[in-house]
Design a protein around this ligand. Sequence first.
Ligand SMILES: [Zn+2]
Length: 215
Amino acid sequence: MIECNFCKKEIHPQIKGSHEKNYGDPEGNIKIALMVCPLCNNALLGVARTKAACSIYITKISKYIRLWPQPNEYKSDLIPKTIRNSLDEAKRCIDGSAYTACAAMSGRVLEGICRFFGTKGGYLGPGIEELKERGVIDSKLFEWSKEIHKHRNIAAHASEEEIAKEDAIDLYYFSEAVCNYVFVISERFNQFISRKKADKANATDAKSRLPDPRH
Ligand SMILES: [Zn+2]
């Protein structure tokens, strides 16, 4: 399945050609496919994850993410799957003009982050505070998270108040930014520092193996 942006619906595409490769993920491969929408005959380019199922002859394939035209935003695998699913759903709410639902789903993204870090209690407000105290998020992300929380509460309770389109889009991007900071950029930074430490250790090691000029 892929979402055709011309028909604005999920379709079963005709695959014209594809290429599959493993990029180091033991659970499966990445498949890129050129396809055609059977309803409007427009070309689409998509990427999907494939996963070996119980038989080597059966491969499970995820829904295709559209790369062209109007690419769906690709979310890093470093974001835990349940949180990534909530983010994707928040984005689909925007695409479907369901702005109040988008605010609720953006709140669910934050709840997922709280659960991932095992914050105490089940409430989002204290959970966000704890993430800040523990240094998982900084003061700017804390402000954004508080707004998501506030609007999630408006969305979750039946009232006259509705979430405006612009606000829903902003809340989605705030929740995505929190995920990228917490799971993606932080991990990149950790790997960066590990590389620097390894480089320094290798340089020291190489230096110690040089012959002593005094001998
Ligand atoms: Zn179509």
